[in-house]
Design a protein around this ligand. Structure first.
Ligand SMILES: Cc1ncc(COP(=O)(O)O)c(C=O)c1O
Length: 286
């Protein structure tokens, strides 16, 4: 948003990371029209259209909301937006790029942002963004783009095969290796493996607990489980003693949920093994 919005944007949220992007807009001095939906439920095109007019330069939306385990239907949202207006479409694909099919050619986002440390299964440190020609052109007209995230300067350097700031070479080698591995596995196979892992985790969770995300929009990379009366710290401690660990809840869901990640290079056997160990730990706790 620093490079792509001069005055006004719409920012959609149904979780912590959506709220964060709304905050990022404000912190960068933009006027942010907040479209906020219920946590655990998906956002839809119908939620955003009434906020659109010609003054809206961009709409931001989180594809896979990691705090709630909801995957928002970004294609449907994009279609509704484009039927009414022509803002830039900026999508956070932090926990989906590399493990869920983004269908980028159909989506045609102006910005799609992610990091190395999630579904790409690399150490943290790289922020990766696809930027459209339209966004790069718009950036030329935006004042106060700062230095570090100035898309115009970045593009000038990229055109000479250079980076604006000192590149983390080791991570770029890692990315090259990981992309090679993905091509070898095949993206279709990778998406199917991710889905199968999520199904294993969801099936396990539904035997004992509730899923936070509404049916039909449940993420294939992050399973958010409402744990009810479970003593979660004791459960995770016992799991750790067996060499496994699950993530605590995040943001508003912190005290009511835990999360199982099913992304990156994990295998279906890993998730099956995890569910077996979680069953054993739970039986030991009752
Ligand atoms: C959907 C989503 N967006 C943004 C972020 C923030 O990423 P980072 O910690 O690399 O800034 C996260 C981190 O978990 C995330 O899950």
């Amino acid at each position: 948003v620093r490079s792509g919005v001069e005055h006004k944007m719409v920012s959609m949220s149904n979780g912590t990371f959506g709220d964060r992007w709304q905050g990022i807009g404000t912190e960068n001095g933009k006027e942010v029209v907040r479209v906020s939906g219920a946590w655990g439920k998906a956002l839809h095109g119908s939620d955003v259209v009434s906020s659109l007019d010609s003054s809206i330069e961009a709409v931001t939306v989180i594809h896979n909301e990691s705090s709630t385990g909801v995957t928002n239907p970004i294609h449907e949202i994009a279609e509704s937006i484009r039927a009414k207006a022509d803002p830039l479409l900026m999508v956070d694909v932090v926990t989906s790029a590399g493990s869920i099919d983004l269908k980028l050619k159909e989506l045609q986002p102006d910005a799609a942002v992610f990091g190395s440390q999630k579904a790409m299964a690399l150490p943290p440190g790289l922020a990766i963004m696809f930027a459209s020609e339209r966004l790069l052109k718009k950036a030329e007209t935006v004042q106060n783009r700062g230095y570090y995230f100035d898309l115009v300067e970045m593009k000038k350097f990229a055109d000479r095969d250079l980076t604006l700031t000192t590149p983390p070479i080791s991570l770029l080698y890692g990315l090259d290796y990981q992309l090679g591995k993905m091509l070898k596995e095949g993206m279709r196979a990778r998406f199917e493996r991710t889905h199968e892992m999520a199904e294993v985790a969801r099936t396990w969770a539904l035997k004992r607990f509730k899923l936070y995300a509404e049916e039909g929009y449940r993420s294939d990379t992050i399973i958010v489980i409402e744990f009810g009366k479970l003593d979660f710290p004791a459960f995770n401690k016992a799991l750790k003693a067996r060499g496994y660990e699950v993530s605590g809840g995040y943001g508003k869901c912190k005290d009511i949920s835990f999360r199982i990640g099913t992304m990156g290079d994990l295998r279906v056997e890993d998730i099956r093994e995890l569910t077996k160990i979680m069953d054993e730990v739970l039986e030991g706790m009752t």
